[in-house]
Ligand binder design. Structure first.
Ligand SMILES: NC(=O)c1ccc[n+]([C@@H]2O[C@H](COP(=O)([O-])OP(=O)(O)OC[C@H]3O[C@@H](n4cnc5c(N)ncnc54)[C@H](OP(=O)(O)O)[C@@H]3O)[C@@H](O)[C@H]2O)c1
Length: 424
């Protein structure tokens, strides 16, 4: 890991900004965007090439995982080094704390996700490129003179998806960021994973069903992918709100591993956990009857992130007039619905996309995040299991890209999480 070196001597011979950039082995982005000749040689003296530094003039070196064409992460992701000028106006310079590797991030890199960040040359990449990643926690390391609501040391998350979070440092306008008002007792892991999965679970449970709060503890939701980030959030929120949960997971290699996974979910407050083969078996009808006291406790909401037969089976358990909300398609199979469920049970099928919802309801998104963080602080919202992908200044791009690629395999022990361990 490299240490920060601050160049204090700025008294050497003058040189052009372009040559400064090449001496520092950095992209000439900041140089080319600056008026020629304006800079008085801050870097012309001995520059520790290949090393990171924050210059006495406040330039910060950064590395970003970028892609300039769509494909598999291992083939298209590469590390781009560039320099960030001191923030001005309402700009804020940020240092990455942690960023999750969510399925949607990978789909975006593959080019199969509906929202695609534009390819640009703003970071000085040879080809127009996008910075990967949508979610993450950052620390403010410098602020422009007109920044009102943020100060050095604050922690922030992105206001919207698509801002590019897989980078050691970034510069953004303060209006693009949500400040974590009280970060006491919270970890980078918790903050970096709060704005997508828990918000998705929260809104789907709150906004698609008129729960009868007088019947707390007598109504159910059912979900597949229950061990996912969203699934774990749904279990804990439902538990807090007096809603029972029937959770479906895929079998592991051994019965012991399946039981261990089920136990993880029971520990979060799941009411019942079944495997996908149990869900798809002829016996499942009876299991549901038993759990719901012959239907006296209705299953009023289904959350589907798998599709295919699994989604059909969830729908069949629902009480008349209930909603099935599809928010993911992990099996890549379409959702097929027996007509009877529409005709005779009047079920309603919805989709939910947190990116679009968040853009429409920015204030509600902020308050939802606040609610979840408050539950986290109170110990009522547990950390998701993660597999850390450590990122130091010297980590190779290929190593990071391989780590991202790995997240495509199923049956993982935890979500991939980039953890930046470089210093300021
Ligand atoms: N619409 C939205 O706004 C929104 C927001 C957040 C997430 N999502 C979507 O929700 C889903 C879960 O995301 P996440 O971040 O919570 O996931 P995650 O924590 O990364 O976990 C992935 C989940 O997908 C399951 N899975 C993987 N491959 C599968 C397959 N072929 N068939 C069935 N299940 C499979 C995994 O089960 P195993 O452990 O058994 O492999 C695990 O439960 C993704 O599809 C994601 O895109 C959508």
């Amino acid at each position: 890991m490299l240490t920060r070196s601050v160049l204090r001597s700025a008294t050497g011979p003058s040189c052009t900004v372009a040559s400064l950039a090449s001496k520092a082995r950095i992209s000439p982005l900041w140089a080319s965007s600056a008026p020629q000749g304006q800079y008085k040689n801050p870097l012309c003296s001995a520059i520790p090439t290949g090393k990171r530094f924050v210059s006495a003039y406040g330039y910060t070196q950064s590395k970003a995982l970028v892609y300039s064409k769509y494909g598999e992460p291992k083939d298209v992701l590469r590390l781009h080094k560039h320099s960030i000028s001191p923030p001005h106006g309402t700009q804020v310079t940020l240092r990455l704390l942690a960023a999750p590797l969510n399925p949607a991030d990978v789909n975006q890199i593959q080019g199969v996700y509906p929202s695609k960040p534009p390819f640009q040359t703003a970071l000085g990449t040879e080809e127009p490129s996008a910075v990967a990643g949508n979610e993450g926690a950052f620390e403010v390391i410098a602020t422009g003179s007109n920044v009102k609501n943020l100060a050095k040391g604050d922690w922030v998350v992105m206001k919207q998806t698509g801002q590019g979070t897989w980078r050691t440092h970034a510069q953004m306008d303060e209006s693009q960021l949500i400040k974590i008002e009280n970060k006491d007792g919270l970890s980078p892991l918790q903050i970096s994973t709060v704005s997508v999965n828990p918000v998705t679970a929260y809104r789907m449970i709150k906004d698609f069903c008129d729960w009868d709060w007088m019947r707390a503890g007598e109504e159910w939701l059912i979900q597949n992918g229950a061990n996912s980030g969203v699934g774990r959030a749904a279990i804990q929120l439902a538990r807090e709100w007096g809603i029972k949960t029937l959770n479906v997971v895929r079998e592991r290699e051994t019965p012991e591993e399946t039981e261990a996974l089920k136990k993880e979910l029971y520990d979060l407050g799941a009411t019942a956990v079944v495997t996908e083969s149990e869900l798809l078996s002829g016996e499942f009808r009876n299991t549901v009857k038993e759990l719901t006291r012959q239907g006296k406790e209705p299953i009023r909401l289904a959350l589907n992130c798998v599709g295919g037969k699994s989604a059909t089976a969830l729908a069949k358990t629902l009480a008349p007039g209930s909603h099935l909300v599809t928010y993911g398609a992990m099996s890549k199979q379409p959702v097929a619905l027996p007509s009877g469920l529409l005709i005779f049970k009047d079920l309603v099928f919805n989709g939910f996309w947190v990116s679009r919802w968040g853009d429409k309801h920015p204030e509600l998104k902020e308050s939802t995040i606040k609610d979840v963080l408050e539950l986290t602080r109170l110990g009522k919202f547990k950390d998701i299991p993660v597999e850390y992908l450590k990122w130091t200044w010297d980590t190779e791009g290929s190593e990071l890209a391989a780590g991202v690629q790995e997240t495509l395999s199923g049956f993982r022990k935890g979500k991939g999480l980039l953890k930046y361990e470089g210093d300021e």
